[in-house]
Design a protein around this ligand. Structure first.
Ligand code: ATP
Ligand code: MG
Ligand code: MG
Ligand code: MG
Length: 562
């Protein structure tokens, strides 16, 4: 591509509202332009990078047995009412009415659409398993769109959904998708970790997030310094114990007040879903009660809670019990481990139990054994957490460290959450009607591009890894009024293309300084400068990633590039 023919509007100044490197550089290098908060145009260079990410995603999806389709972005409200997410999703869901006043959702994710599709088309176990994916623009009215493409309101996602007749079949697909995700992010050159994405109280094997390690990440990961253990602390529960004490504990009144507010949700918790706030769940274990505060994705938590209730003898406390208990005092336990569902109940919940709850419903019964700084921060309720840096790793190997992460992918065993709500069934071998078992798997395609930009840059600009670079080679004649230079550059441009290289050719009548600055900013992996020695057939090859340069005769150029 000739640079004079494409649109790469580079900027010298750092745009005022761009706080982080990837956002600044993608704007400055002319990759993106903002149209409204969290809504961007992908300029020609960005489109190229996105296509490369998508190509990698497609290859790995097909290899994992997933097949591509494309569903509508505009989806009828009825589907969302069936799943109940119409009522629980909250303001992030983009809703609109058509001219007949019918409600629609502009899709943030597609469990509902795919479940209705498969429900109508698949009737027999013989057609299962089935794994379908799409690459599509998604819409979420994020509370705080920010960091450019990292948190947009319109963004590109790859979303896959698998359907199964058995748990083993789901486990197998999940494992394949997990491997595919690892391959994709490795091929993108990213430094990432797969982390446990759900709460310890609710199992650690059914959902993982793929986190790019980065200081600008909005998630915090707890990971072991000497094993593969890693978990998103967002999902980590805090267990709060009720105990009697005669000692008043002023600070904790605040916590109690907050807890009372959130506990209101318990009675209707399956319908409550407000992103990014804490949910309190009061469980009943035999005659005792355990309050679990869970933060993070309520959709995820609701499914896990439902599975937990099915798999164990634990019950949710009734609204009446909840009210009684919340009127009594709160004490706190230390951290609980990430563990299997049943074990958490056995090992920890029982320890967190209050015996004689009733008496605690009196004035001046207070907290015992609580160290507010150690157990949680009272200033910010949302900082309640269970794992701390320096703790021993729950798997017994090593010590816990914290890092920030950007969530680029998420794999999740849904179970029958949607197939039950929407009645997606099949006939098994014995002719019995069964609910399909599902998994879902998302990748933020545009977020991945931004994450790569965040990880690959220096003070001069972007530095694309070869697998994602918009072009592989940047050919720049220093002075294109000089016939020898211009002619050699044009020959190289066309020869390199013939040999299969993707080439950007700077044919603009700009000063060399401008061309070099733009070239560094855009970050194409290899730059070929055609200068004074053009007549001898000698050019300079420069590697963007490490700054290495060498003079090469054009006869040896292809060899050198390979
Ligand atoms: P987050 O925790 O960052 O809000 P999420 O958990 O809500 O993300 P999922 O529902 O798991 O996101 O969607 C699958 C993937 O889509 C995410 O892993 C992420 O890579 C991407 N994604 C989600 N929200 C956004 C957004 N607002 N902008 C860009 N990419 C996003
Ligand atoms: Mg979100
Ligand atoms: Mg998330
Ligand atoms: Mg997620």
């Amino acid at each position: 591509m000739k640079q004079s023919m494409t649109l790469i509007p580079t900027l010298r100044e750092v745009p005022a509202d761009a706080e982080i490197k990837s956002h600044q550089l993608l704007l400055r290098a002319g990759f993106i332009r903002q149209n409204a908060s969290g809504i961007y145009s992908y300029m020609p260079l960005a489109r190229k990078v996105l296509q490369k990410v998508e190509a990698i995603v497609r290859e790995e999806m097909e290899r994992a047995g997933a097949v591509e389709l494309l569903m509508p972005a505009l989806t009828p409200a009825e589907l969302w009412q069936e799943s109940k997410r119409w009522y629980s999703y909250g303001p992030e869901l983009m809703r609109m009415k058509d001219r007949h006043e019918r409600d629609f959702v502009i899709g943030p994710t597609h469990e509902e659409v795919i479940t209705s599709l498969v429900r109508d088309e698949v009737k027999s176990y013989k057609r299962l398993p089935l794994n379908l994916y799409q690459i599509q623009t998604k819409f979420r009215d994020e509370k705080r769109p920010r960091f450019g493409l990292l948190r947009g309101r319109e963004f590109i996602m790859k979303d896959a959904y698998s359907f199964h007749a058995s748990q083993e079949s789901l486990d197998e697909a999940y494992q394949k998708m997990f491997t595919a995700y690892s391959n994709i992010f490795t091929r993108c050159g990213l430094n990432f970790r797969a982390v446990i994405a759900d709460s310890g109280a609710m199992g650690g094997k059914d959902t993982h997030e793929f986190m790019v390690l980065s200081d600008v990440g909005e998630d915090t990961i707890a990971y072991s310094d000497s094993s593969s253990f890693a978990a998103n602390i967002e999902m980590a529960p805090v267990v709060v114990e009720y105990q009697r004490s005669d000692e008043p504990h002023q600070e904790l009144e605040k916590v109690k007040t907050e807890a009372q507010k959130t506990i209101e949700e318990v009675s209707s918790f399956l319908n409550v879903n407000q992103s990014n706030c804490i949910k309190s769940l009061l469980f009943k274990v035999d005659e005792s009660f355990v309050l679990v505060l869970v933060r993070g994705d309520h959709e995820v938590n609701d499914i896990k809670v439902k599975n937990l209730l099915e798999a164990t003898s634990v019950e949710l406390a009734s609204p009446e019990e909840t009210r009684t208990i919340m009127n009594c005092s709160i004490g706190s336990l230390g951290p609980i481990n990430i563990n299997s569902e049943v074990q958490v109940i056995a090992d920890h919940a029982v320890k967190a139990v209050v015996n004689g709850v009733c008496g605690a419903n009196e004035e001046n019964y207070h907290y015992v054994g609580v160290n507010s700084d150690r157990d949680f921060s009272v200033n910010q309720y949302a900082d309640l957490r269970f794992i701390q840096e320096g703790d021993p790793s729950p798997d017994g190997e090593g010590t816990i460290l914290f890092a920030r992460g950007i969530e680029v992918g998420h794999v999740f065993k849904l179970g029958t959450r949607y197939s039950e709500a929407m009645d997606a069934t099949y006939l098994d071998e014995n002719g019995r009607t069964q609910h399909m078992i599902m998994g879902c798997y998302g990748i933020g395609v545009s977020r991945t591009m931004a994450a790569v930009a965040e990880q690959f840059n220096d003070e001069n600009g972007l530095m694309w890894p070869i697998a994602l670079a918009p072009y592989e080679v940047h050919v720049i004649p220093i002075n294109n009024k000089n016939d020898a230079q211009r002619e050699l550059a044009e020959v190289l441009y066309s020869n390199l293309q013939d040999k299969g290289f993707e080439v950007l050719y700077d044919d603009r009548a700009e000063r060399p300084g401008v061309k070099f600055a733009d070239s560094d900013l855009i970050g194409i992996p290899v730059r070929i400068t055609v200068g004074k020695r053009a007549e001898e057939g000698i050019v300079e090859v420069k590697v963007r990633l490490n700054g290495e340069t060498l003079e090469v005769h054009t006869e040896n150029l292809i060899e050198t590039l390979r």
